[in-house]
Design a protein around this ligand. Sequence first.
Ligand code: AMP
Length: 126
Amino acid sequence: MPYAYDDQNIFAKILRGEIPNDTVTETEHTLAFRDIEPQAPVHVLVIPKGPYVCHDHFAAEASEAEIVDFMRVTARICASEGVSPSEGGQGFRVIGNAGEDAVQEVPHYHLHILGGRPLGRMLQKG
Ligand code: AMP
């Protein structure tokens, strides 16, 4: 089934400037801003500016320029937020939720960058 993008989702509204955001960085293809309900000292959301619902949609339909930019912006933020192990940081986790089982709340593709404290194991049992 093809992905149907809902342009009334909250990140689409952020991209149109209809609601504010705490921007970390912005490029031609990508916007990164702080999560409104941070779950760690570092909690940044990275979103493509294009209308993609989730990871596989983005991977299948975005241009190479969009994908490269998105990945590089994500990595640069890990460094600038001081959590990248390659820059002396203590580490980070990148999470991309898709669909119901993953409890994706906002249907515009985004990665969460989390860090700044020990994050525990990836998943709880059950
Ligand atoms: P997900 O469950 O992966 O779709 O995560 C959506 C995330 O968006 C949650 O962590 C929310 O706290 C965050 N969020 C929702 N509205 C906003 C907003 N206006 N600005 C920043 N983050 C938001």
